[in-house]
Write a protein that binds this ligand. Structure first.
Ligand code: PGA
Length: 271
């Protein structure tokens, strides 16, 4: 029998193309103050929050979070290029993310896949670049509505997962990845997957991760160490139900992360 792994719940805010320097810092400050004020019982068994501000505010938000000790705070970029440097106007590199004091990056978000047409190969290269630079990638996967209706959800997310981690050849590298399941039809639509629908996909992804670990010389049980976040219209009133599912280890929150009270409400629901 393997020991059950206690995965630290992670509530992550994806600010997308919202907030200025001033409003972003104010938002992060309000959330940190709220977090610090929440009952100490919150910190057992431990939980973590994350901010993914626009690149322009990354350094300031990272700086603000650096000394915070009520819980762990991850600060990350919303995207990153796979190359180290060069003629890639408008892009940022792993080194630049690190130089801002950030330690994570969202990769393969549905808006990157479907609005900016990022390919599986590009996303896989970015995940590898992030892991090589010791930046924690949050690899996002999720099906479109027509794919769900055609019963292709598992096929789509399995493929996105596999392609996303393809460049990671060692089990130890795979252990550093966070996965986010975000059904495209639930993002920004107010339509959430039911806890059972989400759990079904999370459980499936965890099984796929088990196979991926074995393929890399690791143990299938290593899948238990990976956090799989749910994203798509997470709000204070649906968070605790979603997070109550066995394989849902946190939330990637868009709209509701832009308001300190709703983000804090989701955090409270996670405990
Ligand atoms: P939403 O966005 O919470 O506004 O649906 C989630 C996301 O895109 O990460």
């Amino acid at each position: 029998m393997t020991e059950p792994v206690n995965r630290t719940p992670l509530i992550a805010g994806n600010w997308k193309m919202n907030t200025t320097l001033e409003s972003g810092v104010a938002l992060a400050k309000n959330i940190l103050e709220g977090v610090a004020a929440i009952d100490a019982g919150f910190s057992t068994p431990g939980w973590e929050i994350a901010f993914y501000p626009p690149a322009t505010s990354l350094a300031l938000v990272a700086d603000l979070c650096a000394g915070f000790d009520a819980c762990d705070v991850l600060v990350g970029a919303q995207n990153m290029h796979a190359e180290d440097s060069g003629a890639f106007t408008g892009e940022i590199s792993a080194e630049m993310v690190l130089s801002c004091g950030a330690g994570s990056v969202l990769l393969g978000h549905s808006e990157r896949r479907h609005v900016f047409n990022e390919t599986d190969a590009e996303i896989g290269a970015k995940v590898k670049a992030a892991v090589d630079a010791a930046i924690t990638p949050v690899l996002c996967v999720g099906e479109k509505l027509e794919e769900r209706d055609a019963d292709k959800t598992m096929e789509v997310v399995a493929h996105q997962l596999e392609a996303g981690i393809e460049g990671l050849t060692e089990a130890e590298q795979l252990k550093t990845v966070i996965v986010a399941y975000e059904p495209v039809w639930a993002i920004g639509t107010g339509r959430t997957a039911s806890p059972a629908q989400a759990q079904e996909v999370h459980g499936f992804l965890r099984k796929e991760l088990g196979k991926a670990f074995e393929k890399r010389g690791g143990k299938a049980e290593d899948r238990e160490t990976i956090r799989i976040l749910y994203g798509g219209s997470v709000k204070p009133d649906n968070a605790s139900e979603l997070l109550g599912e066995t394989d849902i280890d946190g939330a990637l929150v868009g709209g509701a992360s832009l308001d300190a009270q709703s983000f804090l409400g989701i955090c409270e629901g996670s405990n």
